[in-house]
Design a protein around this ligand. Sequence first.
Ligand SMILES: [Zn+2]
Length: 457
Amino acid sequence: MINVNQAARKDRLLTLSCDIVRPETRAWAALPKRVSSRRLGILGWLTGLLGTAGAFIADRGWESFDDPSWYGTFRLIDMVGIASILLATGFCVLGWMLGRHAVVAAPLVLGFAAVPHSLDGYASGPVWWLGSAVGAVLALAAASRSWREVRAVRALARSSTTGRTAAVGANAVKASKRALRRGHIKALVFVATATAGWTVAFAALPAELGRTYEEMAKESSSSAFAAVAAALSIMAIATVVSQGGRLFAMSRVGKRLVWEVPAGAGLAPSWPFVDDASGLVPLKDATSGGCICLLEFRRSFPDADDRLMPEEGVHASDYCPLHGIDRINDLSAAEFAAMAAESWLWDERSELPEQSRPNENRLLLYGFAGCIYTGVPLTARAGYVDASFPDIGLARVAEPGAVVPCWDQAERPAAGVLDTVDLRPAGYTGFAFRYRHGRAWFEAPEDDAVRPPALLL
Ligand SMILES: [Zn+2]
């Protein structure tokens, strides 16, 4: 049989000591707001769309629809020119799907078309350049905004340091590395496929050089490959820029930080299921004298010690003199309210009581560095903090105050209520319902009513 304490100690060895940063609600709210990915993406896409439309008008494109794609013999510049038109058309159709990447892509798409069109003396040359310049200004504005945010987050980290430290568990460290690795792989895949695309395009080119439109059956395969290669190159640049921005922000802000940020104010866990489990006794209490919770657990599940998660605690036994139902119901209302944060007071299906002071509700993040890298959401365990599981995604940017719709909450039993305890004076948002034959349930009145919810006895 595995010794539970040993398991707990082994887990703790794999932790990382981090400084805790706890920004004030007001200072947090004063951080520069990020332009939403969607809005930025649409702006980038519109730049590409308008630039391409402008070039089409400048060249009176409608008059040359049926004309050959090139005149005379095929040249390198024809390959680039045809590829750039294919690319710009593709961007007009699909560019809105690129999100923030569209801001990096727009000036590159237009710039890629500007070179051959200027060299070949098209009327659209200056229009392509103008569009590319507008896109570049937009991209620089977005970059400068991100830079301001990183600076503000760095300053906030410096001014909100608490002097406390937290041990961060292995799951969180793994989740953070995984998120970064995913970005690296994405960038590498684009660089590799773009290189392959250009190789194929330039391999197909010599066979086409010097041939006429009719000789090549009116199509150039090197141009098609070059268009795909250019699209992949632009994606490679966009992902390298965004990954570089992440690493830069993380190095500026500091990686070994645990942020206690105001909950519901701009960031939300990627995993919608709150895992503050009720009905649990911390392991250190369960191994102290007088508690039978661990004993009862082992008696009910003789071979389940490996399933015991020491960091989460042990299921409270209904008959434990310290954590059983009688103990809960013997507490005076004041004693109960003072202990309301203890998990074992509450039925497994009940929520834990919610703090009423907004400053107390905090979301824990490992390695937050601004919106570019939102960090790994953490859960408090006995003596340390960790991600719920190693595959958990980074926190997501959410509208402030937006409530994450969870699964349907279990409803409190209607019968068997012993009494209610008003927890609001103790700093919570609602009431405890104690039951004659079960653990307590927490319930917050829906409309901040002053009266307790109607008692159904
Ligand atoms: Zn117990």
